[in-house]
Design a protein around this ligand. Structure first.
Ligand SMILES: NC(=O)C1=CN([C@@H]2O[C@H](COP(=O)(O)OP(=O)(O)OC[C@H]3O[C@@H](n4cnc5c(N)ncnc54)[C@H](O)[C@@H]3O)[C@@H](O)[C@H]2O)C=CC1
Ligand SMILES: CC(C)CC(=O)C(=O)O
Ligand SMILES: [Mg+2]
Length: 408
């Protein structure tokens, strides 16, 4: 399986991102891309786990699946989609947010495309029975520690940005968020009773050196392939976990002399993103800061409905999902912007399967649909054509179909 990002440990280049090792036609631990001997032209086959989830999740996944299928077929790829319940949908069906069957299908796939999880209906559930726990179990158990969240202002959407044109135009950054550590996973945690009988809520921000080093390496490698600038965002003036974070990131910098490293406190970073977002190329940060800063960065691009993500580990399938949640306020109304999920499908092809040509087909098709003026409500500006989730999906599909083979 083609790796997408490489890192060096002790000067030995190793591949760190792979698809899983199972395939439709070969269930052993053999290479996941199988050339089909009888068919002509030869097809590569992949197992894709689809986890639609809740709220707008099923709406955006249904659209993205069609786009993925068409773009793949035009590049000789065949997908076996297996759709499984997760989050609230799974709670309603079998009483747990992450059924074993769902995890097993996901783990044994070549890549996972997830919609979103959560909703009002389950908000009062005990914590272990909240839909969102499924996300944490998936990320933790798949060991997908590196979450890539690209925030790019497309020329077509400059006017949809929350920022002034001159500030937003040309923004192109990659947020590398640590995804399996920090305060979302740290122990001790929970709601306990203190010595004086009062309830106390505890969450622990904790990072081990190896967790910082591996995400920092991904970030240095990412920056190296971009504009060579890496900004590490922390709160090292206050938090011990951040003090260690800064120390480890700084220590690694000597291995990447071609990357210009800077550090910024997260409160300043939140402000600088709005003041002058073009100063950022690659950002590396912890789990919670990356969660928050990427939602903020999405609005520079026009909408949270535009930002895709890839979550990758050292081995096994990658997890690909929009950065947004289940948007219960617009669920079931055909109002969701499916482009973040469609672009997540492009990241699945590129980072998960190493299929850059098919990925480029999707990226080009999204630009084409935007060039033709199609806009969901969240990115609408006067003079464009307001469409719903389904119609936007159909327009992207038409654009995928009309394109000649893309070159990488
Ligand atoms: N990865 C995931 O599955 C995530 C799940 N959640 C869960 O989602 C639920 C809702 O959370 P919120 O805080 O409201 O965040 P959210 O991201 O679901 O929605 C925030 C706002 O953005 C809008 N929005 C989101 N995605 C959109 C899209 N594709 N097109 C157009 N508008 C869009 C929504 O309508 C809403 O007004 C909660 O249960 C939360 O826990 C939240 C974030 C991530
Ligand atoms: C359940 C949330 C922590 C998920 C989220 O907001 C995210 O990963 O962006
Ligand atoms: Mg988030």
């Amino acid at each position: 399986m083609a790796a997408v990002i490489q890192t060096k440990i002790h000067q030995n280049p190793i591949k760190i991102f792979h698809g899983s090792s199972r395939s439709l036609t070969n269930q052993s631990r053999a290479p996941s891309r199988i050339m089909c001997a009888a068919a002509s032209p030869a097809k590569k086959r992949f197992n894709i786990a689809l986890l639609p989830g809740d709220g707008i999740g099923p709406e955006v996944i249904s659209v993205a699946k069609n786009v993925l299928q068409l773009a793949g077929s035009l590049e000789g790829l065949e997908f076996n989609f297996q759709e499984m319940p997760v989050g609230g949908a799974a709670l309603d069906l079998v009483g747990v947010p992450m059924p074993e069957d769902t995890f097993s299908v996901a783990k044994n796939s070549d890549a996972i495309l997830l919609g979103a999880i959560g909703g009002y209906k389950w908000d009062k559930n005990e914590k272990h029975l909240r839909p969102e726990m499924a996300l944490f179990y998936l990320r933790r158990d798949l060991k997908v520690f590196a979450n890539l969240r690209p925030a790019t202002v497309l020329p077509q959407l400059v006017d949809a940005s929350s920022l002034k044109r001159e500030i937003a135009e040309g923004v192109d950054m990659m947020i590398v968020r640590e995804l399996t550590g920090g305060i979302y996973f740290g122990e001790p945690r929970g709601i306990k009773i203190s010595e004086n009988g009062e309830e106390v809520g505890i969450s622990t921000e904790i990072y081990a050196a190896h967790e910082i080093d591996r995400i920092a390496r991904v970030a240095f490698e990412t920056a190296r392939k971009r504009r060579g600038k890496l900004c590490s965002v922390d709160k090292a003036n206050v938090l011990d976990a951040s003090i260690l974070w800064r120390k480890r990131v700084t220590a690694l910098a000597s291995e990447y002399p071609d990357v210009e490293l800077s550090h910024m406190y997260v409160d300043n970073a939140a402000m600088q993103l709005i003041r002058d977002p073009k100063q950022f190329d690659t950002i590396v940060t912890n789990n919670i800061f990356g969660d928050i800063l990427s939602d903020e960065a999405s609005m520079i691009t026009g909408s949270i409905g535009m930002l895709p993500s890839a979550s990758l580990g050292a081995s096994g399938p990658g997890l690909f999902e929009p950065i947004h949640g289940s948007a219960p306020d617009i669920a079931g109304q055909d109002k969701a912007n499916p482009l973040a999920t469609i672009l997540s499908a492009a990241m699945l092809l590129k980072y998960g399967l190493g299929e850059e040509k098919a990925a480029k087909r999707i990226e080009d098709a999204v630009l084409d649909a935007l060039n033709k003026g199609f806009r969901t409500g969240d990115i609408y500006s006067p003079g464009n054509k307001l469409v719903g989730c389904k119609e936007m999906g159909e327009e992207v599909l038409k654009s995928v179909d009309s394109k000649v083979a893309a070159t990488v």
